[in-house]
Write a protein that binds this ligand. Structure first.
Ligand SMILES: *Cc1c(COP(=O)(O)O)cnc(C)c1O
Length: 302
């Protein structure tokens, strides 16, 4: 049985055309790639990013994984579920002490048999430092370390499969950006397959990170993939990561009502809010065909 079958992942995810009641929508066509439907528990883009890392882990008979995230992390949640199903032990290193007020996400992790280590901000800051990683390797010699968000080189191959699954042409592909792995994977997918050669990729930064997010994406891309067909818009972070306001909350609820598609304020809410606003401002030319990637993440909104 393949890993995808074992975890009952439903690929390819469907593409749906939506017609929300937005100003100046006119002849612009909006499609959504519904990666939120890949699995009822495993959050969409986190599966794409983890797929090849987990395949490799299974091939090498890895029994222990260590990874990082915040108290509501979709990455740790997806990874925790996969590890539970695959008989791999997960040690989750979590930013901040939630031991007295577990989030629903952390409760799930514990139910799936993970152990959680709460670390302070200063320690968490070191999550990608070689010296800190060395102490973890010494502590857990047989464990596989996966970086925050699952954003590492293997992640790009899994995300690029989103592009493989597309059957129709698009002028723009939009996706939210936090650690950059998803955007880098989409860029790789477009470049590698020579598909959709006129298609531009527009990332929507969900945290304050002008310059920084571009650097994260560039660092993940190989030298021969440094194309110019992508950019990141920084006007829709709403004050920072997981920051929201009444307008965004109302937008998410209206969007659900109009399109029957649930979104949340951390990632997909900011993505679609940006899309509506950019359309209203005339950013896209007439007749543009836009594909927005619904990356999932609804567990985080609990
Ligand atoms: C993690 C996450 C993102 C951000 O993806 P990156 O690859 O970290 O940029 C977007 N949407 C959802 C739902 C996520 O959980």
């Amino acid at each position: 049985m393949s890993l995808t079958e074992k975890l009952a992942i439903q690929t390819p995810s469907p593409v749906q055309v939506i017609t929300p009641h937005w100003a100046k929508l006119r002849d612009i066509q909006i499609s959504i790639k519904r990666d939120d439907l890949l699995h009822p528990v495993i959050s969409g883009n986190k599966w794409r990013k983890l797929k090849y890392t987990l395949l490799e882990a299974c091939d090498n008979d890895v029994k222990h994984i260590v990874s990082f995230g915040g108290g509501y992390s979709n990455h740790l949640h997806a990874l925790g579920y996969c590890c539970h199903q695959l008989g791999i032990h997960l040690s989750a290193i979590v930013r901040g002490d939630y031991s007295q007020n577990l989030s629903p996400m952390l409760r799930d992790l514990l139910n799936w048999g993970a152990d959680i280590q709460y670390v302070d901000r200063a320690t968490y800051q070191q999550r990608a430092e070689p010296q800190y990683l060395q102490t973890l390797t010494t502590k857990y010699p047989s464990a596989l370390l996966i970086p925050e968000g699952g954003s590492q080189l293997q992640a790009l191959k899994g995300v690029a499969e989103i592009v493989d699954e597309l059957c129709n042409p698009y002028d723009y592909i939009l996706a939210p950006v936090a650690s950059g792995g998803t955007l880098a994977g989409l860029i790789t997918g477009l470049t590698k397959h020579g598909k959709l050669t006129d298609c531009k990729i527009l990332g929507i930064g969900v945290l304050k990170g002008e310059g920084y997010l571009e650097q994260l994406v560039t660092n993940l891309l190989a030298k021969d993939e440094q194309t110019k067909n992508w950019q990141i818009n920084h006007d829709y972070h709403f004050g920072g990561y997981a920051k929201s306001n009444h307008e965004l909350a109302q937008f998410c609820s209206d969007f659900h009502q109009q399109t029957k598609t649930k979104i949340e304020p951390v990632y997909s809410g900011k993505l679609f809010f940006a899309l509506r606003d950019l359309i209203a401002k005339g950013y896209f030319s007439h007749g543009s065909r836009i594909l927005a990637l619904h990356t999932g993440g609804l567990q985080g909104a609990r």
